[in-house]
Design a protein around this ligand. Structure first.
Ligand SMILES: [Zn+2]
Length: 411
């Protein structure tokens, strides 16, 4: 890819290489050059600047394809740091049950929930899982996502979890965008282990983790630290075992209630604690003095009709905030980052600049990809979004449900 983008209405998300994570007030600044050009060579950002007075003969741009971007904005691709996009099938029947007023327990009794996805996944071949996941990756790429994290957690048994992680590993090799893998064996307790939870946890830590390390199948270890799922003590146990096998923590916390998950993530040096629909001052205070990033998943709150995480309070406390989709068949059957950005603005009162920063550079940081993606920086991968003609960057959030993206370039 050797492309010279010219007459760009605004080139947004320009950062020097030393800016790796945006916190508090920093989130509201989205540095941009109006009437700009951008040169991409060999898939990387080679140079950029303002159109006024530029002499392209001074740059090594021979052979570059010219793309006229009049009226259009260029920004870095979204980095979706939390998805479950390897799954066997949708769960639209549960969607209808929920509309009809059935409770979570009633839906579970009809065979719904995470265990439903696990049953379907274990009955589906690796090849079919691959094919479906690859289609979803292609779809989110076209919607502006330039890197994605994918979790296991629908296997919930030794073979099933390995199958999912092997699928994700294969996807890494053929996907058009970078992928990070998280081991989420601790997503739910399978029915057959209901009366012997510690045996299931032992299977995860003593049998699965060594195999995952041996085959290099995952980057992170995740736990669903929620009431009715895994306690904060169990989370400690699993995350500490994960560290031994080189799996860094990135966990689900405080979605359904104050679970102690935020503190569990912090004390285990998690890269991120994700969800946070239920956090108070104590959790925000704990995050302030930590290495751990809060990741918010507003399309899950939207779909489940739950309260949204207090993003404003977190930003005003000086925290870094990340946005991701939680793409999964149970609580967020969409991987569209621009909708997440719209929800962040409409429901959590983030500004469009804050939401875009949270969805790009901070998303990259939550996958440890901040040195290669997430901003317009010389030397970074040129995974970029070219919008349709729009008035301003705010239109990405404002025109919810409409695609203001014209083309996505990934390398
Ligand atoms: Zn999730």
């Amino acid at each position: 890819m050797n492309i010279l983008f010219k007459n760009i209405k605004s080139l947004a998300g320009i950062r020097s290489a030393d800016v790796k994570l945006l916190k508090g007030n920093e989130l509201n600044e989205l540095p941009a050059i109006d009437d700009a050009w951008l040169h991409v060579q060999d898939g990387n950002i080679a140079a950029y600047g303002g159109m006024k007075g530029v002499d392209f003969n001074l740059f090594k741009v021979e052979g570059a394809i010219d793309v006229d971007c009049t009226g259009r904005i260029i920004l870095p691709c979204f980095c979706d740091s939390h998805t479950h996009l390897v799954f066997a099938d949708w769960r639209q029947e549960e969607f209808v049950y929920k509309i009809q007023g059935l409770s979570y327990e009633e839906i579970a009794a009809r065979g719904g929930g995470i265990l439903n996805s696990a049953k379907k996944l274990n009955a589906t071949s690796e090849e079919v899982l691959m094919e479906k996941a690859l289609q979803r990756i292609e779809e989110i790429k076209n919607q502006g996502t330039g890197a994605v994290e994918i979790k296991s957690g629908y296997g919930l048994c030794y073979e099933g979890e390995l199958k999912m992680l092997r699928v994700i590993k294969k996807l890494k090799n053929i996907s058009p965008i970078p992928i990070k893998a998280s081991f989420l064996g601790a997503h739910a307790i399978p029915l057959e282990y209901k009366e012997r939870r510690s045996d299931y946890i032992k299977m995860l830590t003593d049998e699965l983790m060594p195999k995952i390390a041996e085959e290099n199948l995952a980057d992170y270890c995740d736990v669903f630290c929620e009431k009715g799922f895994f306690t904060s003590d169990e989370t400690d146990l699993i995350l500490q075992a994960g560290w031994k096998y080189g799996l860094k923590p990135k966990i689900h916390a405080n979605q359904l209630a104050i679970s102690g998950g935020v503190q569990a993530g912090i004390r285990n040096n998690a890269i991120s604690v994700d969800h946070l629909e239920n956090v108070g001052d104590e959790e925000i205070e704990a995050l302030k003095n930590s290495y751990t990033i809060p990741t918010l998943l507003p399309s899950a709150a939207f779909f489940l009709r739950m309260q949204y995480p207090p993003a404003r309070k977190m930003i005003e406390a000086g925290l870094p905030v990340t946005l991701a989709t939680d793409y999964n068949p149970g609580s967020s059957p969409s991987g569209r980052m621009s909708f997440v950005i719209s929800l962040a603005c409409i429901q959590m009162k983030m500004t469009p600049e804050e939401a875009i920063n949270a969805a790009t550079l901070n998303g990259a940081r939550a996958m440890e990809l901040e040195n290669v993606l997430g901003s317009i920086t010389v030397g970074k991968k040129a995974n970029i979004i070219l919008t349709k003609p729009i008035n301003s960057i705010s239109n990405i959030a404002y025109n919810f449900g409409n695609d203001v993206i014209e083309k996505v370039f990934v390398s």
